[in-house]
Design a protein around this ligand. Structure first.
Ligand code: PLP
Length: 461
């Protein structure tokens, strides 16, 4: 039983399990409790104000405190807080949001299944793909290929498509039918930074993996157009299209996981739009509701839908569903968020301020700690190295991510500090030029302070 008057921090330590933390590490460190948000800024429980350069978890694309979203959510809750999609029921917001997503996404995507977030969107996509190949009489097509450094959520199935060690260790994934090919990582590519060489290598690696497994056994290739949680790895322009085309030739499905890159994060509405790519399926979440309510979706081509629809008896349901699929409050929020992106001008603002973001990243490229900066739209990374020549990373023992995060926090900026010394940035699309300067001033201040620390200085080669 909870004792009275204990601090929230103690209660948190004793009872709340946080995502992707060391359980004991969290007990020792304690939580950082946030209190409120407005625009680009967050305030913690101690009243400290911070600029959020990571949009929560790359999701609050419209910024905090958008009253129009609060109003539609409250109105929907009052009118109809829940409507199931089971038994042929539905609700107006879910239907309208499906229509809107079909209108905004690549032209071949015509069908939408709503989930609660990104992990279950990936999980749903895998289930539908397996069902599809069984339904069209190709039951051997069961193997899935994804990229090293990729992140596709942490469901039982998706965590095996993910290729980050922490998501595999002690979880018994990847499964034998889940495979990975190297990441198209120009900064660390064995063929150097030449764009065409990186693309050719990636296509060759996909072909080789499919040949090894046998094309008749391979169902699909999953990728993020820009790898987010793997350290914001930006492939060369043309890579996505080349991989899409290779999948077509190899007769395997191509799935774009746009959970981070969707909804203006890289400039256009979807990252696929940069290269006119039409995936067989697309997974989305995060920016769909800008984090104001949980929701994700699988967008499906007519071909896949038809295969599933016509492969089963009309009397038999396709057994995939969630209680909260198409939740009316989340859908109403999603519709308002779409309005803010388009009529509200937030997508256009993101594209405009993208130039300031790129300039901010470039201004840090020659900092003594920085090996490379990279980005597209409002998604970017600063990769720290101990040796610019060899690109050697800092030793893990220096605990760079924790120190970076703590200093940045003290300086009033929040970003993602990845395990391998990469800083991830994803400011909201409503950011203005002054706020962008503030972000980069505070990051520079943080890097300068880190450089002053004797052990970091000593580690520099
Ligand atoms: N796919 C990608 C590309 C992601 O970046 C994420 C989350 O960061 C997911 C899937 C999982 O989404 P969620 O955390 O909403 O389950």
């Amino acid at each position: 039983m909870l004792k009275r008057n204990r601090s929230l921090l103690d209660i948190d330590r004793d009872h709340l399990i946080h995502p992707v933390t060391s359980f004991r590490g969290h007990e020792a460190r304690g939580a950082t409790l946030l209190q409120s948000g407005k625009g680009m800024f967050l305030t913690d429980v101690d009243g400290k104000e911070l600029i959020d350069a990571f949009a929560g978890l790359w999701c609050v694309n419209v910024g905090y405190g958008q009253d129009s979203i609060v109003e539609v959510a409250a109105e929907q809750m009052r009118r109809l807080p829940y409507a199931t999609g089971y038994f042929h029921f539905g609700s107006e917001p879910a239907v309208k949001l499906a229509e809107k997503l079909v209108e905004l996404s690549p032209a071949n995507l015509t069908r939408v299944y709503f989930t609660l977030g990104g992990s279950d969107a990936v999980d749903s996509a895998v289930r539908y793909i397996i069902h599809y190949f069984n339904a069209i009489g190709k039951p051997a097509k069961k193997h899935f290929i994804a990229l090293e450094r990729g992140y596709h959520g942490s469901s039982t199935v998706g965590s095996g498509l993910t290729a980050l060690g922490n998501f595999h260790r002690f979880f018994d994934v990847p499964r034998p039918w889940q495979h990975h090919i190297p990441s198209p990582y120009p900064y660390r590519s064995p063929v150097g930074g030449d764009a065409q060489a990186v693309i050719d290598l990636s296509v060759a690696q996909l072909r080789a993996k499919v040949a090894e497994l046998g094309a008749d056994n391979v169902a699909a290739f999953f990728c993020e157009p820009i790898q987010g949680s793997g350290g914001v790895v930006v492939p060369p322009k043309g890579w996505l299209k080349a991989m899409r085309e290779a999948c077509r030739e190899l007769d395997i499905l191509f799935i774009a996981d746009e959970v981070i890159t969707g909804f203006g994060r890289t400039g256009p509405m979807f990252a696929c739009d940069h290269e006119g790519v039409q995936p067989d399926l697309m997974t989305v979440a995060k920016g769909l509701t800008a984090g104001y309510a949980p929701m994700g979706a699988v967008l499906m081509s007519e071909q896949i839908f038809k295969g599933i629809a016509d492969g089963a008896s009309p009397d038999l349901p396709i057994g995939h569903g969630f209680t909260y699929s198409g939740h009316p409050v989340s859908a109403a929020v999603g519709l308002e968020v779409m309005r803010l992106y388009t009529e509200g001008g937030i997508l256009a603002n993101g594209q405009k301020v993208g130039a300031d973001f790129a300039a901010g990243l470039a201004s840090l490229a020659d900092h003594p700690l920085v090996g490379e900066t990279r980005g597209q739209g409002l998604l970017g990374a600063i990769e720290l190295v101990a040796d610019k020549q060899s690109k050697a990373r800092f030793d893990n023992g220096l605990k760079l991510p924790d120190r970076l995060f703590a200093k940045a926090y003290a300086n009033g900026v929040i970003f993602r500090a990845f395990a391998d010394g990469i800083i991830g940035l994803a400011p909201a699309l409503c950011c203005n030029a002054d706020e962008m300067s503030l972000i980069f001033n505070r990051i520079r201040q943080t890097l300068d302070q880190l450089l002053e620390e004797p052990d970091i200085r000593a580690a520099l080669r």
